[in-house]
Design a protein around this ligand. Sequence first.
Ligand code: SF4
Length: 353
Amino acid sequence: MDILKEKIYAGQRISHEEALSLFSWHIIELGMAADYRMRLISPGDKVGFIIDRIVNFTNVCEAACAFCAFHARAGQIEPYELTLDEILAKVEELVAIGGTQVMLQGGLHPRHTLDTYIDMVRAIKNRFPEICLHSFSPAELVYIARRSGVSIDEAVHSLKDAGLDSVPGASDLLVDRMRNRVSEKKLTKDEWCGVMDVLCRHGLKSSATMTYGMGETLAERIAHLEVVRAVQDRTGILRAFIPWSFSPAHTRMEELPPATGMDYLRIVAISRIFLDNVTYIQAGWLTEGMKLAQIALTMGANDMGGVLTEEVVVKAAGVSNRTNMAELIDVIKDAGRIPVQRDSDYREIRIFA
Ligand code: SF4
């Protein structure tokens, strides 16, 4: 056995260079190593999913990122803003089918302030106190804090006080060269890390994502993972890591070829091995399709994310994968694993043995 393989199977931390070399491993060997690492960090065969809904309350966004087909200026969806009543009606629909988590997500809206966000959180929590609000994004938090003349610390304190439970850590690619190219108006890598520190201080959990396939180098993909691993070492607030491929259609980067299935499986496996401090790696059925997501469950992934009864952002880029609870249960069982409906804290609600 070579030294790197020995390190991986001994559960040891690997370096940037070692992670980079994994891209040239045979996919089966890589997948088996990742599956082994997954079982070290999360023994057993359970694979969780959550019944949730994304409520994209506006697509008006000043950032206009080059990789995004959702914001109004991309020309795919007319500008819109949901009223509080419309938002509450969507949450009510989720509650009616036994859903437990709402992800409120908007853009960097030039007229929204901290109070706009607080009003949304209060309205939902007053009517549906049982719903977990895993909502907004680091970019939105930085933007509304700035617009409202308060610190991020104050913004997070007020939102938590209003009922915000946790914040998805939408992180795209945490590499400044790439951010300057594709999302120069969005928060910087250091600002993203700063938001994670603030969330940690306030006892709020988060997650990290990775959007790859935007013209970055393999070393930059590993650099992104390094930022995530360091944040998790420092804070411990990342409940999950969710890699997904960039969908070029209808964006300003339409000329780029879409990432392949092999790209995706490699990213899942390498993330699992490199991120030795993150328990859950989600299989991305929404962007990669259910069949590839199922294979990812054998190569390091151990969660299927949400049922997502509504999703608009990825759909705007022409990707229209949908699912439901029955399909997720079948797919997980067919992969030889045990489906578990979970809550936002990854506690088991129901096991489908
Ligand atoms: S990715 Fe987010 S911040 Fe960027 S344009 Fe789209 S909605 Fe706005």
